[in-house]
Design a binder for this molecule. Sequence first.
Ligand SMILES: Cc1cc2nc3c(=O)[nH]c(=O)nc-3n(C[C@H](O)[C@H](O)[C@H](O)COP(=O)(O)OP(=O)(O)OC[C@H]3O[C@@H](n4cnc5c(N)ncnc54)[C@H](O)[C@@H]3O)c2cc1C
Length: 223
Amino acid sequence: MKLWEMLFVRATVAEAEPATGRFRRLRLRAGALRDAEWKPGQQVRVDVGAKGALAPLLRTYSVWSREADTIELQALLHGDGPGARWMGAARPGDEVLLSKPKGDFVTRSAPHHLFVGEETASVAFGPMLRALPAAERAASRVVIEAEPADRLALDGNVTWVSRDGLVDAVRRLALPEESGQAYVAGEARAVQAVKQHLVRDRGWPRRSVLTKPFWTPGRRGME
Ligand SMILES: Cc1cc2nc3c(=O)[nH]c(=O)nc-3n(C[C@H](O)[C@H](O)[C@H](O)COP(=O)(O)OP(=O)(O)OC[C@H]3O[C@@H](n4cnc5c(N)ncnc54)[C@H](O)[C@@H]3O)c2cc1C
């Protein structure tokens, strides 16, 4: 076994099937996932490289849900990058190495919550919203840019917008006077633009806007 392989969990694909629009739903099972800590919003890194390669080829996916020793991912098949290819081709019984869930893109205690992002971000938002107390979830605002076919079922008050409408939709949003906690994820430039709007135009403190770029055009495998 190579040294790096010891840092990963060996999982088996339990289910893999087409899901909403361009999403593919994968359930990965491993004994080591049973006791692994997972906070909604956290992600795993999956080795999508060729079997037997000298080094892993890692791509990052949010954990949509976890049940006992199984985690569920929702992978957007956006093109022919190695991650999208692997996720598209995975079949039950396939083996794969992945990290345990980790990351600090998780909900914080706040007077109210605002979630902003696109399709890939909606995968992280799903479990974050589900885990909020019902009253906080009902009071939270969610703005997602996604084509109608790619809209995952999310709990909460979702404003759906089409391509390139994300920042304008947040601008139009009626928000409480008091700043809350924002979670902004997805395409990197849109993430920055939304943060700038909340901080500059709305006067939200920087620390109240948690950002996580999930991908950026032309760049591969962001963590
Ligand atoms: C913390 C975190 C959580 C994430 N969670 C999820 C998740 O749950 N589900 C999910 O599907 N993705 C998720 N992503 C995004 C995913 O890791 C990237 O889309 C990744 O680039 C996919 O790898 P790839 O090999 O398919 O493409 P890459 O080889 O990385 O990139 C190839 C090309 O495709 C472009 N590209 C990458 N992603 C997209 C996209 N979404 N739309 C259009 N073009 C794109 C790149 O800019 C590049 O030009 C997450 C990313 C991070 C950082």
